[in-house]
Design a protein around this ligand. Structure first.
Ligand code: CO
Length: 165
């Protein structure tokens, strides 16, 4: 049985915490990853980070259409280019922010089998990796919004915060 996870919403302090590195990948981490993948697909997301389900560990899952990936202890070793794209976040429903991010990245991470992976990522997968990596730092898309956008989002954010309680 895969435990059902609840998506934490904007206003939940766990979303602002820096996630701790994972020291050992055991059956409990693999179970969490399976549950996170199920939650990601159920909510029609392309990525989901552990803090979004209340667990402050450096784990996220992603699927850019090429199949599910589990990313543990990610590191971005090199970035190139810049591109501005509108993003949403399962923890901030109904809000979209144009976020400028590197176009391509070179990354290192550990997968669910404990294997060390090195990859060059572009397009949607690079975007997801950067968005989810932000979650592990306690950073959210609204942090990229301009003051004018923040003023527009204010009411909506208050409503989401109420739901988070
Ligand atoms: Co997000």
């Amino acid at each position: 049985m895969i435990p059902k996870l609840t998506i934490r919403l904007y206003g939940d302090p766990v979303l602002r915490k820096k996630a701790a590195p994972v020291s050992h990948i055991s059956s409990s981490e693999r179970m969490l990853i399976k549950a996170m993948m199920a939650a990601m697909y159920e909510n029609k997301g392309v990525g989901l980070a552990a803090p979004q389900v209340g667990i402050s560990q450096q784990i996220f899952v992603a699927d850019d259409g090429e199949g599910p990936l589990a990313i543990i202890n990610p590191k971005i070793v090199k970035k190139a280019g810049s591109i501005k794209i509108e993003e949403g976040c399962l923890s901030i429903p109904g809000i979209q922010v144009k976020v400028s991010r590197p176009k391509e990245i070179w990354v290192q991470y550990t997968d669910q089998n404990g294997d060390k992976i090195e990859r060059h990522l572009t397009e949607l997968l690079a975007r997801i990796f950067l968005h989810e990596n932000d979650h592990l730092q306690g950073k959210l898309i609204i942090d990229y919004a301009t003051l004018a956008q923040k003023a527009i989002f204010r009411k909506k954010l208050i409503e989401i915060k109420k739901l988070a309680k």
